[in-house]
Design a protein around this ligand. Structure first.
Ligand SMILES: Cc1cc2nc3c(=O)[nH]c(=O)nc-3n(C[C@H](O)[C@H](O)[C@H](O)COP(=O)(O)OP(=O)(O)OC[C@H]3O[C@@H](n4cnc5c(N)ncnc54)[C@H](O)[C@@H]3O)c2cc1C
Length: 402
């Protein structure tokens, strides 16, 4: 049974994250959005240090330990959802720019060994999967890793790497043997400054403009043999290979709910601001009338709130399952699909309801709408989440339902 009350530890971290978001993120969000990733927000340096120390307030709230109540566990995934929602409520671009909490860090803590966690634990690590010829279909990675003596030699090109320039290192997906498809995919930690690794450009974008998004090329880039995450073995049967790739994809079972939480935070921010602005115009829904006798504006607000709450509950469920070691790939995709879509719908509707004020840069509504779009694209698009859910519901494999 899911208990929907948040335990006190989580309500404490929720209010701490909210005060960081409102006192640090919101006041400078517009400024850095305008600067478009040309300047890393200096306001985030201290937060980065706290997160990197592992025992600071930010790390405690975003990483967290276990909390068991009668066998029910709320651990890192649930804490992450709470923290991410609040920080994205402040500004998702700022949140993704906190040094030390990149997607690559999540991969290292999920699959790195003890020595790797010590060696790379304090670095700010990005995650590089996407390539010019490959996005949704992770099995199509063209970047290669060849073993030569005590080193791996990486060759290929990665694009749209969040924190790919500002980070200290990148977790790179590469193939040990392209003829074996997804079975031969492995991930490698490559530190900036390694000869052969070059940031070739950074992208100007519609949203999340504060966060840097880089293209990186690898030309005969040599890294130590010990920088591979997980085993270097390629399974020798079709069944074992399928399982191995399933293992790689399991990272998404943890990260998709976290990305869904970004949509929850942004959309809640937009909805709260819309209610404030509408209140000044005399529109103040009080929930005391049935929907059919509410005004059209009030009905829009109720519908958005209901959708957002549905997305929130689906996200909590997926995170709770991950914390309790229950297989959750279907639920992780359901929550990402629902929250991504609702995030887009709510933020754009808020722009619409507030008219010129919604569209102008005087308020953050237009920024919320721009920032929320990507949540329905990265970490698996809306269509890919629906495909994953359909495979689970219909009991089809990825070969049977493409
Ligand atoms: C701001 C930003 C940050 C990013 N950060 C990272 C990062 O840190 N690391 C990283 O590796 N990548 C990152 N990405 C890349 C992102 O993950 C990809 O853009 C995403 O996976 C989609 O891939 P694609 O753009 O190649 O689209 P494609 O895969 O080419 O898809 C194009 C369209 O076709 C649809 N489609 C594709 N296949 C199917 C199918 N089988 N059925 C139905 N529809 C389908 C898609 O849903 C989409 O609408 C980032 C992208 C952006 C914009």
């Amino acid at each position: 049974m899911i208990n929907l009350e948040l335990p006190q530890r989580l309500t404490n971290s929720q209010s701490m994250m909210n005060s960081i978001a409102s006192s640090i993120f919101r006041p400078v969000a517009r400024k850095y959005d305008g600067l478009e990733h040309t300047e890393a927000p200096k306001e985030l340096e201290m937060l980065g240090k706290l997160a990197g120390q592992g025992d600071g307030a930010v790390a405690a709230a975003t990483k967290s330990g276990d909390e068991r109540v009668a066998g029910i566990k709320n651990a890192g995934n649930m804490s992450g959802i709470i923290a991410t929602t609040e920080l994205a409520w402040g500004c998702c671009g700022m949140m993704l720019s906190i040094p030390g909490v990149g997607l690559g860090n999540a991969a290292i803590s999920a699959v790195g060994n003890k020595e790797q966690k010590e060696r790379f634990g304090k670095l700010y690590c990005a995650m590089a999967i996407t390539e010019p010829s490959m996005g949704s279909d992770s099995a199509g990675v063209q970047t290669t890793a060849e073993q030569e003596g005590e080193e791996w030699v990486i060759n290929g090109e990665k694009i749209f790497v969040t924190a790919g320039e500002r980070g200290d290192a990148v977790v790179v997906w590469a193939s040990l043997d392209r003829s074996l498809g997804k079975a031969a995919l492995k991930s490698f930690v490559v530190e900036h400054g390694t000869p052969g690794m070059t940031v070739t450009r950074t992208e100007d974008k519609m949203g999340l403009r504060i966060s840097d998004t880089a293209a990186i090329s690898f030309v005969n880039c040599r890294i130590p043999k010990s920088n591979i995450l997980g085993s270097a073995e390629i399974a020798d049967t079709e069944e074992a290979r399928r399982k191995a790739f399933g293992g790689v994809m399991q990272t998404f079972d943890n990260t998709r709910p976290q990305v869904a939480a970004m949509a929850l935070g942004i959309a809640r921010g937009a909805l709260e601001l819309t209610r404030e602005l509408l209140k000044k115009e005399g529109v103040d829904p009080q929930y005391d009338k049935p929907l059919y006798s509410s005004t059209a504006l009030e009905a829009e607000i109720y519908n958005m709130e209901a959708d957002l709450e549905a997305a929130r509950l689906l996200t909590l469920k997926a995170a709770w399952m991950a914390d309790n070691k229950q297989p959750n790939p279907k639920e992780a995709s359901i929550c990402k699909a629902k929250a991504g879509r609702v995030g887009n719908q709510v933020t754009l509707k808020c722009v619409e309801l507030c008219g010129t004020l919604g569209y102008s840069e005087e308020q953050l509504l237009e920024k919320f709408a721009r920032d929320s779009k990507i949540i329905d694209i990265f970490e698996g698009t809306q269509q890919i989440q629906q495909l994953v859910v359909a495979r689970h519901v219909l009991g089809k494999s990825s070969k049977e339902l493409k």
